[in-house]
Design a protein around this ligand. Structure first.
Ligand SMILES: *Cc1c(COP(=O)(O)O)cnc(C)c1O
Length: 473
């Protein structure tokens, strides 16, 4: 120990190892001659610094977070506890099947539960996110046609679809063909028919679509597609719209992905981890990524013997911790999963009705878990949707998703989720009505919003292209 201090030129500090007696084995050039000059801060001061930074973040525990399509609902904390149980969190991914029966049983039972909610015949838990699920599902569809010797090139995608849909189809090597929406905000059947030919492999649909509107003609669409020898892909990221009421199988879909980190209780928004399981009908079972988890009546095992498997799409078996949380949530909710959908849909319709006078509602029909307003009424006073969003930040509220979907001008896509009570919804309504009033009488104020946040108005383009993450007081 003594040797270390001497060789360090008398600088005192923490010795990293009691084992080290001297540093003779180190080349002289690696030995520090001067002080490290580390900032001298107490643990308490460091703690305060990080606490203050974290207080600047917005989160669901702090306030209303109606970020459309992202389902920023409350995720019970007990799930975190369960996912961190040592038997789960310290399990080695290469453990033999016999040594991880509990984990395999959980995965198997989660697959079974997801089969029930989706109506599908087989599930893979591997994909790490919704978009990853889409890619996996599209790879399954591609391989299905390859094996049939029918190399179809095109995928139809309604213009109201989530942006990841065309991206996934394209990444998979398909040509994306956009299908128009009609005046009801639903797929325009005659446009769809005009684009349907023998080169169409599939349609990717979000139902309810990103306007929060349920596609009334979904059965006619699935009939048209199947008659054409094409498959149907269901984007089930926002399953809290329909869970327990209907399912993609009943609507005629062949492949579906779910976002466990939206509907099935994993906190998200910081970039992960997530899980985007994919379900398929009987005909596509043999194409799923391997391994899937199977049960032979006695033990659970990783099953690699799928005839046409597209292979592994994720290291090991997916984000296991997310799977534990989803399974815990499903057991906790039981038949109340249906109630979650009811509350999500009721809350969205409540807000829609309360806000539709003060803001333009381009598609005035009953919505599912979300709805889309337009800021066009405020635009006449020079106030844009961006200004409204920034002003919400001054009112302890996270802005909704803005400027999406693209088919609505100055769009504000609002999703209250099932977590919120009536009082919280009314608070949001009051804030929105206050902002609508301000847009009329004091637009100048809104143009400079936010006024109360640690960072005020930023130049969005430069901020995105040249991020400067230095902390400025
Ligand atoms: C969130 C979402 C996705 C993408 O999910 P990620 O986990 O972010 O990749 C896809 N489709 C819809 C409709 C979504 O809301």
């Amino acid at each position: 120990m003594k040797t270390i201090f001497e060789k360090n030129n008398g600088v005192t500090g923490v010795c990293i190892s009691d084992e080290v007696e001297n540093l003779d084995f180190l080349d002289e050039k690696f030995i520090r001659k001067t002080s490290t000059n580390l900032p001298q801060l107490s643990e308490l001061e460091v703690l305060r610094h990080y606490k203050e930074l974290s207080d600047r973040n917005f989160c669901i525990e702090k306030g209303f977070y109606p970020l459309g399509s992202c389902t920023m609902k409350y995720n019970p904390k007990v799930n975190e506890l369960l996912a961190s149980l040592e038997g789960f969190s310290a399990l080695h991914p290469l453990a033999n099947d016999e040594d991880c029966q509990g984990a395999l049983e959980l995965m198997f039972k989660l697959q079974e539960a997801l089969k029930v909610v989706t109506g599908m015949d087989a599930i893979t838990l591997q994909p790490a996110a919704g978009a990853h699920g889409e890619l996996t599902g599209m790879m399954v569809i591609k391989k299905y046609f390859e094996v049939k010797g029918d190399n179809r090139k095109k995928v139809l995608i309604p213009d109201s679809a989530h942006g990841t849909n065309p991206a996934s189809a394209h990444a998979c090597g398909f040509d994306v063909v956009s299908v128009a929406s009609n005046e009801k905000g639903q797929v325009d059947i005659s446009d769809l028919k005009s684009k349907l030919d023998s080169d169409v492999a599939a349609i990717m649909m979000t139902n309810p679509n990103t306007l929060g509107i349920f596609e009334e003609n979904v059965l006619e669409i699935s009939d048209l597609m199947h008659k054409n020898g094409s498959l149907l892909y269901y984007d089930g990221a926002n399953f809290n719209a329909i869970m327990g009421y209907t399912n993609p199988k009943l609507m005629g879909f062949d492949v579906v992905h779910l976002n466990l980190h939206k509907t099935f209780a994993t906190p998200h928004g910081g970039g992960g981890p997530g899980a985007g399981p994919v379900g398929v009908v009987e005909e596509l079972k043999e194409f799923l990524p391997t391994p899937v988890v199977s049960y032979d009546g006695e033990k659970y095992f990783r099953n690699y013997s799928l005839q046409h498997s597209i292979g592994n799409v994720k290291g090991f078996y997916g984000n296991f911790g997310v799977l534990v949380k989803a399974y815990a949530y499903i057991l906790m909710m039981g038949t109340n999963l249906k109630r979650a959908s009811e509350d999500a849909v009721l809350n969205a319709n409540y807000l829609k009705e309360k806000l539709k006078g003060a803001f333009l509602l381009p598609y005035d029909v009953p919505c599912m878990h979300e709805f889309v307003l337009s800021g066009d009424l405020q635009k006449q006073f020079g106030v844009s949707t961006l200004n409204i969003a920034k002003s919400l930040m001054d009112n302890d509220t996270h802005p909704p998703t803005v400027y999406f979907p693209l088919i609505v001008h100055e769009a504000m896509m609002i999703e209250p989720t099932e977590s919120e009570n009536r009082q919280r919804l009314d608070d949001f309504v009051n804030v929105m009505l206050k902002i609508a009033k301000e847009a009329e009488v004091n637009p100048e104020k809104l143009l400079k919003s936010p006024h109360m946040t640690p960072v005020k108005r930023v130049d969005e383009t430069t901020a995105a292209r040249h991020p400067d993450l230095k902390f400025v007081e």
